[in-house]
Design a protein around this ligand. Structure first.
Ligand code: NAP
Length: 247
């Protein structure tokens, strides 16, 4: 699937929600989905960034996207229910969700992880995709086939010193993906994870300030699995955790 070459307009008529669509990998995924004909719903915290992505998509002549400004740290179950109602009302359908938004916070020894920082990471990286998926599932089940993609990390499969809350949150994401994929096995909804691998974004720069970022892949270099898992070619793929940059 990493050499997957997508057919022109392969996502035409699909409606796809991307969280963290204003920056980094989510920004690129939103643009790539729109370039394949999808109507993209751009969800994120910083409205200016979402508007900039909106402009790129519209100026390129792709389907007009929608914007949902939302801070995942404070969002409630009711916010997600209201969001689902408004997607159904405005777009009539939902065929895919890319849970991409995430935070890292400071890397530190386990004993020094601040409790409020742990809570923030869990809220954005785990509770938000959990509650959002719960609210969206009835709508996703109405689609002929739909795809949920969670975003994992190599530290969500093998713990690493000092990556504390972030690492724990990504283990939870792998567990959420497997649990939900098993539960939905005989439904039109498929559920998978993507581990982007080291990618040139602000998050990566914060984690590795000293590295030569010119050696890293850019978000645009790793889009193949993101496109594949949203396209109909992946209808039979379920419960996989895919490396966008396998070793
Ligand atoms: P990034 O450049 O920091 O982008 C993160 C995105 O999440 C931004 O659009 C940000 O919006 C959004 N976000 C953060 N907190 C939010 C909140 N409270 N509410 C709503 N949106 C929020 O990070 P990235 O590198 O693209 O990472 C994307 C995903 O890939 C993450 O899940 C990350 O864990 C994972 N990942 C990345 C790498 C890598 O090397 N880059 C490696 C493995 C896994 P604002 O800009 O508005 O804050």
């Amino acid at each position: 699937m990493l050499d997957f070459s997508i057919k022109n307009n392969a996502l035409a008529s699909k409606v796809i929600l991307v969280t963290g669509a204003g920056d980094g990998i989510g920004r690129q995924a939103a643009i790539s989905y729109a370039a394949q004909g999808a109507t993209v719903i751009l969800l994120g915290k910083t409205v200016k960034k979402l508007e900039a992505v909106y402009d790129v998509i519209v100026e390129a002549g792709h389907p007009q996207p929608a914007i949902i400004p939302m801070d995942l740290k404070g969002a409630t179950a009711q916010n997600y229910i209201d969001m689902t109602d408004s997607i159904e009302h405005q777009c009539q359908r939902l065929d895919g969700v890319l849970h991409n938004a995430g935070i890292l916070t400071v890397l530190s020894p386990f004993e020094q992880i601040a409790h409020d920082s742990f809570d923030d990471v869990m809220k954005v990286n785990v509770t938000a995709p959990f509650m959002m998926t719960q609210a969206l599932l009835p709508l996703l089940k109405k689609s002929k086939n739909s795809s949920i993609i969670f975003t994992t990390s190599s530290v969500g499969r093998q713990g690493r010193a000092y990556w504390g809350a972030y690492s724990i949150s990504k283990f939870a994401i792998e567990g959420m993906m497997q649990t939900l994929a098993d539960e939905l096995e005989n439904t039109p909804v498929r559920v998978n994870c993507i581990n982007p691998g080291a990618t040139k974004t602000q998050m990566r720069a914060r984690a590795f300030p000293g590295e030569d970022a010119t050696l890293l892949k850019k978000p645009s270099d790793i889009m193949a699995p993101y496109l594949y898992l949203m396209a109909d070619e992946s209808i039979n793929i379920n419960s996989q955790s895919i490396d966008a940059q396998p070793k």
